[in-house]
Write a protein that binds this ligand. Sequence first.
Ligand SMILES: [Zn+2]
Length: 209
Amino acid sequence: MEFFDFHHHDFNREFGIYNLKLNEEPPENFFSAGIHPNAISENIEEHFVWMKEISKLGNCVAIGECGLDGLIEVDGKLQEEVFERQIGLANNLNKPLIIHCVKRFSQLVRFRKKAKVPMVIHGFNKRKSIGEELFKNQFYLSFGKSVLYNVNLQDFLKGFPVDQIFLETDSADFEIKELYQKVSEVKNLSLEDFTLKIKENLKNLQISI
Ligand SMILES: [Zn+2]
């Protein structure tokens, strides 16, 4: 069985979505391209030119990570503008968005309405009330390493619909299989059924594996 890693930073990993760095040559496998709020600089227009080209490729399966970050110096208005432009791009290309969000969940819900494509929040590890709000607004959530030891997060996952879940390693060093095992256990599904479920979820994002 193979376990799809929804968001990772390992160029050589075959089964998952590689988060391409700015101006990097894309891999042969699936990747996502975006402008992280942290990467916003005076070269932003050049970055958009690059991004528009690269995101047309067939193995670019998502736009991102992009989003809003309340803990960095970059101006909030500018972050929103750059995020909104990427939502527009995703709409045009009909590709899903991989979202980075730190302390800006209430603003994020407003942006949900602008997107005609699915939005996946990566690395979700926040409290239940935030998760429920996101669920109400049809976000997908991608969970990472913290599920392995965060009991509250496991508890939240129990009630969260399996058809809105993805799993990822992000930049953490561990086997994604461990996470599949843990979540299938929490969801009371066999590892095989759960893995199939994730495959269907990917199909809903127009990603065929
Ligand atoms: Zn990442």
